[in-house]
Design a protein around this ligand. Structure first.
Ligand code: CAA
Ligand code: NAD
Length: 344
């Protein structure tokens, strides 16, 4: 209930603050009513993996109806299980902390989870107001999806990619509706990390950009504005740092465990960089770094460590596969269970 009230309060404030801005907006203004957020009731989430299931959960907890799309029934079941398990955890934590009775927690879980509809047919997204895409970090897969969405969705639908490193502009072009395209870059784990980077391309309309920021507020996140540059703000700094840490281990300068202890205890980071690479997923790290090396060969900070390629070749993707530099017992864990096997 409290979340619904918060959302309605946000909408009222937004209606006031956006009214003038929307009146002044250029040609795209016709696609929205006075407040772009007032029109957002149904959120589509594409890809219910590591990131997408958290994006879906946060939307449901804020009172939005969510349509979650996966490629096939098995992946859909997996994503649905992730959302269900994570929501149960939140509500049972509230009981343990004395913030809710068991009955309130059960009702809260049922209300949140009741807002979710899982689908494998992209056609079910046609009437979504906002679509957040969190599929594999590959233009070859993302761009055809945006072309389909551009053909399929109602004219006012705003498209948001959760890409870590790719050009939002390219996806907007692929959709045929570049003015409706933004980046909404969430952080892992979505449920716990407060920040979202809202990315604006040269073609993004004022209304779509504003909607991105206001959506973040509505789900309880803090948003910052970014241009469409590689890695935006956080990953431009973070990914080269993770790669440098892996190079250190590759050269034998220090062990994985010692690098992590150093950065946790020496700089107060919650996770060291080797741990964080396992947590993010080495497939995602490889996609990011290889794409940057190819597209920005003049940038000396973009390098692909051999040890990262070896991990990928061995299927050791980190937490999601059960082993990376470390061993992981459970895909929902935030800490590994022990050291991994030597990396050959
Ligand atoms: N759903 C919602 N909330 C949840 C939850 C869930 N499934 N599980 C836990 N929470 C809430 C808990 O309720 C808890 O809040 P309360 O204390 O009020 O109960 C809060 O989250 C913290 O939970 P934990 O105590 O379990 O978490 P922790 O203190 O051990 O911290 C961590 C875990 C947040 C992951 C922390 O280790 C951390 O910040 N690590 C760094 C993560 C990071 O750097 N992420 C960015 C990766 S880079 C990226 O994402 C970008 C990219 O493109 C690659
Ligand atoms: P993931 O592999 O865990 O999940 C991707 C999901 O998308 C899979 O379940 C897959 O079945 C599904 N999928 C693939 N193609 C699809 C399609 N055409 N239609 C519907 N579903 C499809 O990946 P992830 O780590 O969640 O990353 C997703 C995106 O989020 C990437 O762009 C990544 O760069 C970005 N991202 C990742 C992190 C991270 O820490 N892993 C952080 C921020 C952003």
């Amino acid at each position: 209930m409290a979340v619904r009230k918060l959302r309605s309060l946000n909408n009222t404030m937004l209606a006031r603050s956006l009214f003038r801005r929307t009146l002044l907006a250029p040609s795209n203004a016709a696609a929205f009513s006075a407040s772009p957020m007032a029109d957002v009731k149904k959120v589509g989430v594409i890809g219910l993996g590591l990131m997408g299931h958290g994006v879906a959960q946060t939307a449901m907890q804020a009172g939005f109806d969510v349509v979650g799309l996966e490629t096939d029934p098995a992946f859909l079941q997996n994503g649905t299980n992730l959302i269900e398990g994570s929501l149960k955890k939140v509500h049972s934590r509230a009981v343990k902390k004395g913030k809710a009775t068991q009955e309130e927690a059960d009702a809260g879980f049922a209300a949140d989870f009741g807002r979710f509809e899982g689908v494998t047919d992209v056609g079910a997204l046609a009437d979504c107001d906002l679509i957040i895409e969190a599929i594999v970090e590959d233009y070859g897969v993302k761009n055809p999806l945006y072309a389909t969405l551009g053909e399929l969705c109602k004219p006012s639908t705003v498209f948001a990619t959760n890409t870590s490193s790719l050009s939002v502009t390219q996806m907007g072009d692929a959709s045929g509706r570049p003015e409706n395209m933004i980046g909404l870059h969430f952080f892992n784990p979505v449920q716990m990390m407060k920040l979202v980077e809202v990315v604006r391309t040269e073609h993004t309309s004022d209304a779509a950009f504003q909607l991105g920021h206001e959506y973040c507020k509505a789900i309880g996140k803090v948003s910052i504005s970014c241009k469409d540059t590689p890695g935006f703000v956080v990953n431009r700094l973070l990914v080269p740092y993770i790669a440098q840490a892996q190079l250190m281990v590759e050269r034998g300068d220090a062990t994985a465990e010692d690098v992590d202890i150093a950065m946790r205890l020496g700089t107060g980071h919650p996770m060291g960089p080797i741990h964080l690479g396992d947590y993010v997923g080495h497939d995602t790290c490889k996609f990011i770094l290889e794409g940057w090396v190819k597209n920005f060969p003049e940038e000396p900070n973009f390098v692909v460590p051999d040890i990262l390629l070896k991990l990928n070749a061995a299927g050791r993707l980190g937490r999601k596969s059960g082993e990376g530099f470390y061993k992981w017992e459970n895909t929902a864990d935030t800490a590994p269970s022990g050291p991994g096997a030597p990396i050959e």
